[in-house]
Design a protein around this ligand. Structure first.
Ligand SMILES: [Zn+2]
Length: 80
């Protein structure tokens, strides 16, 4: 059932569902800002993840030594 309602945001008088609170235009804006917010949340979550840790040259050299290889041989075999 469609009724006349007033948009809670811009005050526009629209015809729509009896439970409608916002005009189609404001609904679009809300949807957009909700999407932006969830994107921002995802970005914040990603930033919270620990950064990828690359082994330092010293650690690689130590590992190479433990395998009785030179640093160059180790890198050539296992890559970085
Ligand atoms: Zn509106």
């Amino acid at each position: 059932m469609n009724v006349l309602y007033t948009c809670e945001i811009c005050g526009a008088r629209c015809v729509g569902h009896v439970n409608a609170r916002y005009c189609p235009e404001c609904r679009g804006e809300i949807k957009k800002s909700t999407q932006l917010e969830s994107k921002a949340r995802a970005a914040r979550k990603r930033r919270k993840d620990p950064p990828e840790r690359k082994p330092t040259l010293g650690q690689i050299a130590a590992k190479a030594r433990s395998l009785h290889m030179s640093y160059g041989e180790f890198v050539a075999k296992y890559g970085l």
